[in-house]
Design a protein around this ligand. Structure first.
Ligand code: NAP
Ligand code: ZN
Length: 357
């Protein structure tokens, strides 16, 4: 095995690249270190974050960039210091590529490296410390990532199904776990897109009593119920949904990525003392204003959640393999990444596109 000196991938060079204008070309991965793993990519999911980054929606992107942080493939080169991955293993990488990993870092020590303040490198559009280069994502032939963030894919899980779990899956699995999703809980999932559909699948797999999917369009109702939701609310097309479902949910996880959301109404659906967890990350981070009455009236807590650590990704993949969870994905050839990104932006994915090499 082994890997080439330069990798190739879909380069975004301007904010316009999100409109189907990425170009295929070579790029230089970060300098090799003996803690790294090189992965020959077989699959990469298309996450909402890829679109935000291509168009510089979260601040200026370092162009040229290669996006994609739902990567699965084969380990073809493994650093001497790496013990848990062998050459030939089927492995994956999610949205994080590095944290400081020091024993005196409160977040790394607590097993939540996604909150490390000292060293934070995303799988793409990140700059490594010590001049070792930049991070490039999975719309590409190969990926190079520090082994701490490379996870073995368990048997019994198809690569194309595992790929979108590495960001989309974990981003909602983690807040479900943090909020005690399980028997006795009624859970709301707002935004039935890539991440939201994982929310329904995982909330049911974790044993929630009731799962209520909430999105704008009525034509997603059948899908929501087939995915396992007990109820579906089409906020864009139903009247009286707020009064009908008032104070029925223990907590809500919201994947909505727009400031144009009826946040005050969502908060009214939560039982007294319950929580609202925002994981969707709108361009510029904008959310609607929250009235103090929305919080005080129902003693509601508002919070957020960021991806999830490698140990929790492994836990989620095991649950998915054990319970035979099948995400709803559509594979697209890697060569068609541009049209797949445009389709994703138009909300056509049902519910995740996965690029296949
Ligand atoms: P997606 O597939 O586009 O799904 C988002 C869904 O939200 C859409 O399907 C849409 O369905 C629904 N929605 C409801 N109200 C909306 C509104 N006002 N405007 C737009 N959409 C609305 O995207 P995704 O991949 O699931 O990602 C969702 C968000 O999570 C993105 O912002 C992404 O960057 C973010 N994210 C966060 C983390 C984290 O760590 N917190 C990690 C990864 C991604 P309807 O049309 O049916 O309403
Ligand atoms: Zn993502």
């Amino acid at each position: 095995m082994g890997s080439p000196e330069k990798f190739e991938g879909w380069l975004g060079k301007t904010p316009d690249s999100v409109k189907g204008n990425m170009t295929w070309g070579e790029f230089e991965p970060k300098k090799w270190e003996e803690d790294d793993v090189d992965i020959k990519i077989s699959h990469c999911g298309i996450c909402g974050s890829d679109l935000h980054t291509l168009r510089s929606g979260w601040g200026q992107t370092h162009y040229p960039c290669v996006v994609g942080h739902e990567i699965v493939g084969t380990a073809v080169r493994v650093g001497k210091n790496v013990t848990h991955i062998q050459e030939g293993d089927r492995v994956g990488v999610g949205a994080q590529a590095r944290s400081c990993g020091q024993s005196d870092c409160p977040e790394c020590k607590a097993g939540i490296p996604q909150h490390c303040l000292r060293e934070q490198v995303g799988t793409y559009d990140g700059v490594y410390p010590n001049d070792v280069g930049r991070s490039f994502g999975g719309y590409a032939t190969y990926n190079r990532t520090n082994a701490r963030f490379v996870i073995k894919i368990p048997e019994g899980l198809d690569s194309k199904d595992a790929a979108p779990m590495l960001c989309g899956g974990i981003t909602i699995y983690s807040p479900l776990r943090q909020n005690g999703c399980g028997p006795g809980k009624t859970v709301g999932i707002v935004g039935l897109g890539g991440i939201g559909h994982f929310g329904v699948l995982f909330a049911k797999a974790l044993g929630a009593d009731r799962v209520v999917a909430i999105s704008r369009r009525a034509d997603k109702r059948d899908d929501a119920l087939k995915l396992g939701a007990d109820e579906y609310i089409a906020t864009g097309e139903e009247k009286d949904w707020v009064t009908k479902h008032r104070r029925t949910l223990d907590f809500i996880v919201s994947t909505v990525s727009s400031a144009k959301m009826p946040l005050s109404d969502y908060l009214k659906l939560i039982k007294v003392g319950g929580s609202f967890v925002q994981i969707g990350a709108p361009d510029n981070g904008e959310l609607p204003t929250i009235s103090a009455w929305d919080l005080i009236g129902g003693n509601v807590k508002v919070g957020g959640s960021a991806i999830g650590p490698p140990w929790e990704i492994a836990e989620m993949l095991k649950l998915a393999a054990d319970k035979k969870i099948k995400p709803w994905i559509q594979t697209r050839p890697m060569k068609d990444a541009n049209t797949a990104v445009v389709d994703m932006d138009e909300g056509k994915a049902r519910y995740r596109y996965v690029l296949e090499a």
